[in-house]
Design a protein. Structure first.
Ligand code: CUA
Length: 332
């Protein structure tokens, strides 16, 4: 009774978690590589649950019949030896061999770094303290923290780091890879449904490690191509007096020393490329949404939004901030 209850509770809690769906849920796969991992996980969970139930059952039986001489199930020394040989040696060897073959042949191979010829797109992801620089080799597109991919396509993600070790993981799409300075690691991203999949840095990389989020948008191919074409373009030219003034403030203040806006004289590389800032849904590696009030707060007082970040607070007057906002909001 009690054994069944424990197993039932564990299974119930797991199913409950699996049912949460959507947000960084490892058990809610959105593509073939992660689906393989999840199958392996369920097989291991099921096998462990059965093994656990058998062991607890035997312990319970032994405890209930503790006053009787001999084995709890009856039988003498020969029966005891048989139990040890079968349950203690033969069964574990068979189970571990099956799991080894299954995980090595079916799972590890499908989540290994993809052969380049088997992928349709390469995305470069560079870990930085604390954001993700994202580039699309072969185009001039550069963005941050938000990766767009065509649904169904096999995407070769090439990851490296510019400072310390980070680790890139989008739980619904595949396993994690470490991003290490001076070397590259690769992982396959493949989504078989459209959607927005959240990931996070999973290697402690400093003060804002926990606020180093990443989003993957799996989109219909035509929509993805339109997005990429726009991202590859230089920034829009300001059209209003406010925007023009904002651009001058951006150039003359510290902004341009750290950020690039392609097509202008701002070519800093300490922070994210802002050429198409307004096409992003989030700011500061997903710490805040990309809305007017949040962007304003981020510019005025970044150290309260994200303590330790390299973004300095600027002493802007109200009209300066208004003009700068007008310019930033025109970067579509
Ligand atoms: Cu980057 Cu933790």
């Amino acid at each position: 009774m009690r054994t069944g209850c424990v197993v039932g509770c564990v299974a119930g809690a797991t199913l409950l978690l699996a049912g949460c769906g959507g947000n960084q849920n490892t058990l809610d796969p959105a593509g073939p590589p992660e689906r393989r991992i999840v199958h392996l996980w369920w097989w291991m969970f099921g096998g462990s649950a059965i093994g656990f139930a058998v062991i607890v059952g035997l312990l319970g039986l032994g405890w209930m019949r503790r006053t009787r001489p001999g084995l709890p199930g009856g039988g003498g020394d020969r029966a005891a030896t048989a139990i040890v040989v079968v349950l203690g040696v033969a069964v574990p060897i068979v189970v571990l061999t099956i799991l080894f073959v299954y995980s090595d042949i079916f799972v590890l191979r499908s989540v290994a770094a993809p052969r380049k010829a088997s992928t349709q797109l390469t995305v470069k992801v560079i870990g930085r303290q604390w954001f993700w620089e994202v580039r699309y080799p072969g185009t001039s597109a550069a963005t941050a923290n938000e990766i767009h991919i065509p649904v169904g396509a096999r995407v070769n993600v090439v990851g490296t780091s510019d400072d310390v070790i980070h680790s890139f993981w989008v739980p619904q799409l595949n396993r994690k890879i470490d991003l290490i300075p001076g070397r590259t690691n690769r992982v396959l991203l493949q989504a078989d449904r459209t959607g927005r999949f959240r990931g996070n840095c999973v290697e402690f990389c400093g003060l804002q490690h926990a606020h180093m989020g990443v989003l993957v948008f799996a989109e219909p191919p035509a929509r993805f191509q339109a997005w990429l074409r726009n991202e590859a373009k230089p920034a829009r030219t300001p059209t209003t007096a406010l925007q023009r003034s904002g651009r001058e403030i951006f150039d003359s203040q510290a902004c341009s020393g750290c950020h690039t806006i392609r097509g202008t004289s701002a070519r800093g590389t300490n922070g994210p490329d802002l050429t198409h800032l307004e096409t992003r849904q989030t700011l500061a590696a997903l710490a805040i949404p990309n809305r007017r009030a949040d962007l304003e707060r981020w510019i005025r007082d970044p150290q309260h939004v994200k303590p330790g970040s390299k973004m300095p607070g600027l002493e802007l007057t109200k009209p300066e901030l208004r003009d700068l906002m007008a310019y930033l909001e025109s970067l579509r």
